[in-house]
Design a protein around this ligand. Sequence first.
Ligand code: FAD
Length: 324
Amino acid sequence: MSVLVVIECANGEVKKSSLEAASYGSKVAAALGTSATAVAIGNVEANALSSLGEQGITKVLLDNDSRLHDFVAAAYVKVIAKAAESENSAVIVLSNSNIGAAIGSRLAVKLGASLATNVVSLPQINGSSFTVRRGVFSGKAFSDVELTSDKKIIAVKKNALDIDTAAGGTATVENFSADLADADFATAPKETIRQSGDILLTEADLVVSGGRGLKGPENWHLIEDLAKALGAATACSKPVADIGWRPHHEHVGQTGITVSPNLYIAVGISGAIQHLAGVNSSKVIVVINKDPEAPFFKAADYGIVGDATEVVPKLIEAAKALDK
Ligand code: FAD
């Protein structure tokens, strides 16, 4: 029996959220006295995967079928289910990403498994039952759930747990084929269109985000210049997109995109609960707001009370100076 970790890749690299899942899976495997194997799907080189040994993964199964280079839920589920079968894996660990959300429930139905999403703790293991803690109500509360089926799927919340590299090993990488048929691609993307920017917002390590406090699109260069100086992606609050200052695919929050960067800088955003829902798994939150009573300060790790038009140019200068 083994623990199987599902690895997502972007631009030929393992995503950070999958490194977190790998660390998590290895710890679960150690607690069960077994090994952690991974399955990687899509366009990635074997040498990008062997370093998963640092997170304690012993073996990676790579399905590099070119039809899988774009995400296709049914086909991905089939590959993961076959990998789980070939490795005799009773526990599958995913990242709670968009892809993880799309495959977790399908996989649970296919395997007859218990599924817990948005998991923020390692399991308490009691015989064949696991108890894990999940973030619920947009991160406002936690819920402890018990997974009682023989097979268990755990989707780990991004940034909830550290990446442990103590194992320091090298994983062996084996080609794997799930013998996919055309029927597995009955619903498949025809073309992927990048909407804007070089950095994908959902994967960004650094995000600079602006709200209505920017006063108008003519001031948006403050957000863009700071993002450029830091190598960050740009985002905005919902009203900013509703008014048409920014496109809707940049709007973060309950009704927009969820981001989990290491650093989220919010400029002129009040910090309404609906906005926080999309950003509260960021590792460090910096808030710049001229109102010291703005609710966002309660969720911030660092706060700067001041006018954006005065504070942001100074930050841009400082970021550029760091780069020299
Ligand atoms: P405001 O609330 O107008 O806040 C502007 C802030 O800028 C204020 O705090 C002000 O002090 C500050 N400010 C003003 N001038 C300056 C200056 N010169 N320098 C620095 N700071 C300044 N919102 C989202 O963002 N995402 C969502 O997904 C979302 N979903 C929603 C879903 C529902 C069902 C509902 C009802 C609402 C939703 N909202 C969402 C809207 C949300 O409730 C807030 O209205 C919105 O987030 C406020 O946006 P804002 O902070 O940019 O604007």
